[in-house]
Ligand binder design. Structure first.
Ligand code: AMP
Length: 196
């Protein structure tokens, strides 16, 4: 695992702990010599994370649609910036370039990116580990909702279990490293059966 893509807020959030953990995650990238891939912005938790890695000469790659670059939220000090024509193309490029994904607290943008990567895993477009850094229980409600979705049979148990969750950065990285994709060949067949 060399390149990890982090999805996180373009806002700072309400609590100091979110900023502290964004900085700690950046320090962890440096310690483990990981390359950071992220949305390329110079705002919110994204800025803290990128600046922490850049300060010690770590490698940071941004992926940003042209429309956002033009709105002047692009980070100008990155090791590399990929400019895409759309949000969709941005996610595809992030998915291709990364060995694993981490979602930190964030809003719609973060949830969109997270859901897209989970769907890629579900459809076996890729088999890359996806982790939630559950700072101060930020994702608890989402995880509860996903359990509900399993109960109501819209999300499969195997896919739900595939999401790695921890509130500790080292533990999360270790789990991402040890990830073994669940084989899910059966499920499309089962979905077809139940629809007959
Ligand atoms: P949000 O969670 O809604 O704050 O959005 C943050 C996530 O969506 C990041 O992972 C980015 O890739 C993307 N994103 C949303 N807004 C921006 C922005 N203003 N600049 C750059 N990326 C953004």
């Amino acid at each position: 695992m060399k390149r990890i893509c982090v999805f996180c807020g373009s806002s700072m959030g309400s609590k100091e702990i979110y900023k502290i953990k964004a900085k700690e995650l950046g320090e962890s990238f440096l310690k483990n010599e990981l390359i950071l891939i992220y949305g390329g912005a110079n705002v919110g938790l994204m800025k803290i994370l990128a600046d922490t890695v850049l300060q010690e000469r770590g490698e940071v790659i941004g992926v940003m649609p042209r429309s956002l670059v033009e709105k002047e939220v692009a980070h100008l000090g990155l090791s590399k910036m990929h400019i895409t024509e759309s949000m969709q193309e941005r996610k595809v490029l992030m998915a291709e370039m990364s060995d694993a994904f981490i979602a930190m607290p964030g809003g719609f943008g973060t949830l969109d990116e997270l859901a897209e990567m989970l769907t890629y895993n579900q459809l076996r477009i890729h088999d890359k580990p996806i982790g939630l850094l559950n700072i101060d229980g930020y994702f608890d409600h989402l995880l509860k909702f996903l359990d509900h979705a399993v109960e109501e049979q819209y999300v499969r148990k195997e896919h739900r279990k595939n999401i790695i969750v921890d509130d500790n950065i080292d533990a999360l990285l270790e789990k991402l490293n040890n990830y073994k994709p669940v084989l899910m060949d059966k499920w499309i067949h089962e979905i077809k059966e139940e629809s007959n």
